[in-house]
Write a protein that binds this ligand. Structure first.
Ligand SMILES: [Zn+2]
Length: 335
């Protein structure tokens, strides 16, 4: 209770500034004879959204209702004491949930449930293939689930720490007689469930468009999910979820950069390879710039194509893929 809090002594003055802390003992301890009620300090406004802090003070309990993030205040219950949170919310905080990562299970509905609940892999949510209205929650959003593994995006790594993982029930791909991968389509009802779920998450946690990603984006050398049939463009167009390039910017870059024939001529030139690697890394993929068409580079191009140019995902950097990559770098620069 605010009115029952009093200061009786002020012997130690603590000055705190950023990471520096100084403890200064005042020469003459001030003794207060009349109780002084603590008055809530006026909270500063958050001026801008830098991706780290929020336009809404998420600590402000009057605003921290279901419209922002329900369940985000978890408090200690120390024996014999009361934790007061109403009057001391800090502006310097953000959500731990900064990414949404999408997967497919390569298992049917039943096996997806048993595997993700009984083995050392998990996800926060599981979206079945059924035309019902249910989405399964397997892990509390405030806890880590084990879905991302070794993973990187931009300056971040180990994305299990900072993400909400969504597993989509889907059988992945089979390989046909010509060696081509044939991916399994997602039912319409399932896509709608995934879109509604992701939309809810990005709104509640203010997750940046650049942080709604495929497992293949954050682990391109290991993972292909959720694959080229997952409709990222549709999620962007219909639900304003995630990243997509502007067509005019893509055309502009396409006119400026090399033609496909010119790319073919210099494809094995280490300078060209380095430039492609550098641009993929600049966009966000974890990739070494070494001028060599190694497996990691091809897999990263493939992951990029799965997400942004799914009509052809052969792992070869053609003119259209390069133009899309440059349009995305321009639209979503790293801060
Ligand atoms: Zn996955």
């Amino acid at each position: 209770m605010r009115n029952s809090l009093y200061l009786t002594t002020l012997g130690i003055l603590i000055i705190s500034c950023g990471s520096q802390q100084k403890t200064v003992k005042s020469k003459t301890p001030v003794k207060s004879t009349t109780p002084v009620a603590l008055v809530p300090v006026k909270k500063p406004e958050i001026k801008q959204d830098e991706g780290e802090y929020y336009k809404v003070n998420i600590a402000d309990i009057t605003k921290n209702d279901n419209t922002v993030s329900y369940g985000s205040i978890v408090s200690a219950n120390p024996a014999g004491y009361k934790v007061t949170k109403n009057y001391f919310p800090s502006v310097g905080q953000n959500f731990r949930q900064r990414y949404v990562i999408l997967h497919y299970t390569v298992l049917d509905d039943e096996k997806s449930i048993s595997t993700l609940t009984q083995q050392a892999v998990s996800a926060h949510y599981l979206v079945n293939t059924l035309p019902d209205k249910e989405i399964y929650q397997l892990v509390d959003e405030n806890k880590r689930s084990y879905h991302a593994g070794v993973s990187n995006w931009r300056k971040d790594q180990n994305l299990n720490d900072t993400s909400v993982g969504i597993e989509i029930v889907n059988m992945g791909y089979t390989v046909d007689s010509t060696g081509l991968r044939v991916f399994t389509p997602f039912p319409e009802e399932q896509i709608k469930k995934v879109a509604a779920l992701v939309k809810d998450l990005v709104v509640r946690y203010n997750i940046q468009p650049t942080n709604v990603l495929a497992h293949s984006d954050i682990a391109p050398t290991r993972k292909q999910d959720p694959g080229p049939l997952f409709p990222w463009k549709r999620l962007y167009d219909e639900y304003q979820i995630g990243m997509w390039y502007d067509e005019t910017a893509k055309q502009t870059f396409l006119n400026q950069i090399l033609t496909t024939n010119e790319i073919t001529l210099q494809y094995n030139n280490p300078e060209f390879v380095s430039r492609v690697q550098q641009q993929l890394a600049q966009f966000g993929y974890a990739l070494s710039v070494n001028g060599v068409w190694n497996a990691a580079t091809k897999q990263t191009i493939e992951a990029f194509q799965f997400h942004f140019r799914p009509m052809n995902y052969n792992g070869i950097m053609d003119a259209e893929s390069l133009a899309i990559l440059q349009a995305l770098i321009q639209k979503y620069p790293q801060k």
